[in-house]
Each structure stands twice: as C-alpha cells, then as structure tokens.
Write a protein that binds this ligand. Structure first.
Ligand SMILES: NC(=O)c1ccc[n+]([C@@H]2O[C@H](COP(=O)([O-])OP(=O)(O)OC[C@H]3O[C@@H](n4cnc5c(N)ncnc54)[C@H](OP(=O)(O)O)[C@@H]3O)[C@@H](O)[C@H]2O)c1
Length: 284
C-alpha cells in the first residue's frame, strides 16, 4: 500500500488523484490532520487515516500497512519543521515502510542561501540514515503563480527584485511525476531533480505574459529595500518579506541554474509551460 501525507494540500492531493487513475483505491491511503477534509478520497475507497507530524504515535499508526510513504514537507512556520520531518520519517520507518519519499527542493543544500533548502538538506540526511530506501523529490519552485509574478494583468508589469535563472513547476505535473515514481517503486533511490529542461527568469514570464495579453508586459526590477518596504506597506511581516527576498538573491548567484531531464521522462511529455500556467491563472 502507498500512504500519502499532505493529501489535503494541492501538491500531494494531485499525487493521490494521479494514483487513483493508475491503481485500485484499496492500494492507496492518506494520512491527514483532519479526515473530514479528505472525504473526496474516502468516497472513492481510499483509506483515510488521521495523522499529524506533531503526534508521533498517531502518525505511526496512520502509516500501518504501508510499503511506501510519501511525506509532504511541512508548511507550519510556527513549528520546528526539521523536527517534524524527522518525526515523520521515523514514524514511517517504525511502521514498516520499505520506501520513504519526501517533497524536497531543487538544489537543496546545507549551505544554501535560501533558508528552506537547509531544512530540506537536513531532512534528506535523516532519510539517508533511515536504513530504508528513500527518494527526495527535488522539485523546482511551485506555488500560486500570482504570488511569484504579482498582478501583471492589471498593472502591465512584473515588478519584482532582480532575479536569475530558476525552475518553475506546475503542481499538477509535480503530482503526476511523484505518482509515477511511486508506481515504479524504489527505482529512484536518493534525490531526484524534477525540473523542466530549461531554467527561466522573470523576464521570460513577462515575455510569455506579453504574448498572452497581446500587449507589452514590462519586467520592472525593484530595488531590494524598496521591494521590502512595499511588501511591509501591503501588510506582509518584514521577516516574511526578507525570507522571500533570499529566494531572489539565491537565483541571482545561479544557485538554481542546473537542470535535469527526469521530469520530462517521468511525464512522457513536456511539462506545462509558463505560458500555459499564466493562461490558466487568468482563465483564458
Ligand atoms: N518548493 C517550493 O517552491 C514550495 C513552495 C510552496 C510550498 N512548498 C512546500 O511544499 C509543501 C506542499 O505544497 P502545497 O502547495 O501542496 O501546500 P499546501 O496546499 O499548503 O499543503 C500543505 C499540506 O501539508 C500538510 N501539513 C502541514 N503541516 C502538517 C503537519 N504538522 N502534519 C501533517 N501534515 C501537515 C497540510 O495539512 P492541512 O491540510 O491539515 O493543513 C497540507 O495537506 C508545503 O507544505 C511546503 O512545505 C514548497
């Protein structure tokens, strides 16, 4: 059986949808904090269990019967996220899983200039020491495209700090690739980069947006401190804004520049392009 955490979220919810297309529901389980939010899976025969990274015993019980466990990385900024991941990995191993997978990030490293990557690196180290087969799904960046590029359609501009090359993945593709890896089993032991073939920059986003809109969408480079001040003025806590700024700064030094063809190979097609994702965002 395959058990997936974070199935109430967008990324691992997509993984479960793809698994349901390929496997009998009796081979799929989800471990979620609030089972009432996973009704759409229960109704289709998926085993829904209650589990939280903050409750190790319940979490271990929720993994019972799993050969493979896919762990989402926590998004709980108030928690010790590295400890949550360690507990989740330990619970999966103690429950008898033979293969533990984890949603990591492209170019994760202990000395990364982008803070979440240091946590991913710690989680990968814990996986590597777990004694079972493991896979770190090192995705390119993903999320709500509007958060990345801002309200370009109304402002006519992508106004963000200076950036450099990085990868942007649609969570539907990310979920499909993870499902494919789960179905293939332990063929991917270790970390696997899941990025489109070529990196992009925010200038590329602006070009794609221009083509889509049929008018010029400018790429405006905002100074770092000017951008922080704008974010704070719009209600974003300064610490959160500075945290996000480290992403732009890391792209500038080429931290995310290298690519891999495995996402395309796993999907058996090109990943969704930036143009397709922008079109979805504005509903055209
Ligand atoms: N690489 C990137 O660019 C990038 C960008 C954004 C996020 N991320 C990471 O990727 C993850 C998945 O992304 P997403 O878009 O699917 O996020 P999402 O929709 O917010 O889903 C997050 C999931 O994690 C679960 N979760 C959070 N804390 C947990 C805990 N203590 N115990 C058990 N489950 C917990 C949530 O459960 P509930 O439904 O109960 O809240 C939810 O199902 C995020 O959690 C974040 O760590 C990466």
């Amino acid at each position: 059986m395959i058990i997936v955490t974070g199935a109430t979220g967008i990324l691992n919810g997509a993984v479960v949808e793809h698994l349901l297309e390929r496997l009998p529901a009796s081979q799929i389980g989800v471990s979620v904090r609030d089972p009432s939010r996973a009704r759409r899976f229960a109704e289709r025969g998926v085993s829904v269990r209650r589990g939280s990274y903050d409750e190790p015993n319940a979490l271990r019980e929720s993994f019972e019967g799993a050969d493979q466990v896919l762990l989402v990385s926590s998004n709980d900024l108030s928690a010790d996220v590295a400890a949550q991941h360690r507990r989740a990995i330990d619970a999966a191993v103690e429950a008898g899983a033979q293969h533990v997978l984890y949603t990591s990030q492209h170019a994760a490293s202990a000395d990364s200039p982008y803070l979440p990557q240091t946590i991913h690196a710690m989680s990968e180290d814990h996986l590597a020491a777990s004694g079972v087969a493991w896979t770190a799904l090192r995705y390119g960046f993903y999320g709500d495209i509007a958060d990345l590029v801002g309200p370009w359609h109304s402002t006519g501009a992508v106004a963000r700090p200076a950036d450099g090359p990085f990868f942007w993945v649609d969570r539907r593709d990310a979920g499909e690739a993870a499902a494919e890896i789960l179905i293939r089993g332990v063929a991917y032991n270790g970390s696997v980069d899941l990025t489109p073939a070529s990196p992009i920059t925010l200038t590329d986003f602006a070009s794609a947006a221009s083509q889509l809109a049929g008018r010029q969408i400018e790429r405006i480079t905002v100074g770092d401190e000017e951008w922080i001040a704008g974010e704070v003025a719009s209600g974003v806590p300064e610490a959160a804004a500075r945290f996000t700024l480290t992403m732009f700064q890391a792209t500038r030094i080429g931290h995310f520049a290298h690519s891999d063809a495995q996402l395309t190979e796993l999907l058996g097609r090109e990943p969704l392009s930036v143009s397709e994702q922008l079109a979805d965002e504005i509903g055209s």
